[in-house]
Design a protein around this ligand. Structure first.
Ligand SMILES: Nc1ncnc2c1ncn2[C@@H]1O[C@H](COP(=O)(O)OP(=O)(O)O)[C@@H](O)[C@H]1O
Ligand SMILES: [Mg+2]
Length: 412
């Protein structure tokens, strides 16, 4: 019997993906929750075209804080000594439900109907990241792996919208670090024929993409530079007994004085000597590291705001160190656009301006892209690329052996 495969039009809900290919303009929702575990970022984005022809227009953006008990439950999953397999199983679905709720809320608040949305791109919530690195002291003997939860089948079912999710694993399967994945959207939106552009996202961890002037995809470099807000948040929370979760506008740090001998000590951490591509996470710079730093500060009799200033300055100096070690000589950055929650920390922004004398340091909002929404916009773009069969990782940025189409496709 001859089985006809070619030429059969797609049937059922899978048709939704195929039909989208005919549309030049699409409405895509990007969903993201970062290592800070501060909430779910949802961006409704109008995307025209794909690949180098991509243009984006942000229609709506909101961060939906997690229900009060959820951040603690997620953080417990991140740590081997407090994580349980039944909790991971449950939270994968529950976080998926919360992502779906975020979609429903942002649509309702902006008078948009779910049927007007073509696609969701969901990053999920990282609970563990073991990138490994065969070349350094940071070597982790475990099989390279990463785990983002927030079940896309739940998101697609509860919203009725085709969903592409779990983008990092394809890159890591091909030997990459699985991050930073924003480098490709960064290239699409920011590459410039005359200027070398840096894109620094200061979330829980800070990552930097460098786009050399008039460079190709292969010229892009990227890496995590180290802790962004993660250690500052942990220390602020500890010092205030959980009453404050972060240093609002960097005011506490501004009132303190960084203690440089300790920063010099911390900069000896092997991660900061590793050559890129490199990524890190809560496993390396999470609560344990932050509490060790706080204990060291106390040993030197630093008062509260001096401790916070010292950890804040560590973020600034690790970015500056990475740039001087790995970027400045070959590709001096003309303009550094900063995004992520760290853009609101004036002490970090001022510190970067002072440390990077030859570079203009500006919030990415100055380029027309919202600093808070940039990461979630990036996952909307990555979903659109995957839909069109385009690869979304840059091997020069992640270390993967090949370019890959990222994500898993789920029908509603
Ligand atoms: N107004 C503010 N002042 C100082 N820091 C802020 C402010 N708003 C947010 N942040 C910092 O940004 C973090 C959240 O940043 P985000 O980009 O969402 O990180 P992630 O991607 O890791 O979730 C918060 O935990 C906090 O440290
Ligand atoms: Mg966040």
């Amino acid at each position: 019997m001859k089985v006809e495969i070619h030429g059969v039009p797609p049937q059922g809900k899978i048709k939704k993906f195929y039909e989208l290919l005919k549309k030049n303009k699409k409405y895509v929702i990007g969903l993201m929750s970062g290592t800070s575990v501060d909430g779910i970022d949802a961006a409704v984005v109008e995307i025209t075209g794909h690949s180098l022809e991509t243009t984006v227009d942000l229609i709506a953006f909101e961060t939906f804080p997690f229900p009060p008990d959820v951040p603690q439950r997620i953080l417990a999953l991140c740590q081997p000594d407090t994580s349980r397999v039944d909790d991971i199983c449950e939270m994968n679905f529950y976080i998926g439900h919360l992502f779906a709720e975020a979609v429903k809320h942002i649509l309702q608040e902006n008078g948009i109907h779910a049927s007007d949305i073509d696609l969701i791109g969901s990053h999920g919530q990282t609970i563990h990241h073991l990138p490994g690195d065969p070349n350094t002291d940071c070597k982790d003997s475990r099989y390279p792996s990463t785990l983002q939860i927030g079940e896309p089948a739940v998101i697609a079912h509860e919203t009725g919208i085709p969903t592409i999710a779990d983008f990092r694993v394809a890159d890591m399967a091909a030997g990459g670090q699985g991050a930073p994945l924003v480098s490709y959207p960064d290239y699409l939106l920011f590459h410039d024929s005359l200027k070398t552009v840096g894109l620094l996202n200061i979330g829980g961890i800070a990552n930097l993409t460098v786009l050399p002037a008039n460079g190709s995809f292969d010229s892009v470099s990227a890496a995590d530079t180290g802790p962004g807000n993660m250690c500052v948040d942990a220390v602020v929370s500890e010092i205030t007994d959980g009453k404050e979760r972060y240093d609002k506008a960097g005011q506490r740090a501004a009132q303190g004085t960084p203690y440089q001998p300790l920063i010099d000590e911390w900069l000896k951490h092997p991660f900061f000597q590793m050559t890129p591509p490199k990524t890190t996470g809560r496993e390396m710079f999470g609560h344990t590291f932050a509490m060790e730093c706080l204990a060291a500060c106390r040993k030197h009799s630093l008062v509260d705001n001096d401790c916070i200033a010292t950890l804040t300055e560590l973020t600034v100096q690790t970015v500056a160190l990475y740039i001087s070690q790995f970027v400045a000589e070959q590709n001096p950055i003309d303009i550094l656009y900063v995004s992520g929650g760290g853009v609101h920390n004036q002490t970090i922004m001022q510190g970067l301006n002072e440390a990077l004398v030859d570079t203009a340091v500006e919030p990415v909002d100055n380029s027309g892209i919202s600093a808070d929404a940039k990461e979630s916009i990036a996952f909307a773009i990555l979903a659109n690329e995957s839909l069109h069969g385009q690869t979304g990782n840059l091997p020069s940025a992640t270390g993967a052996s090949v370019r890959k189409i990222l994500g898993k496709f789920v029908c509603p």
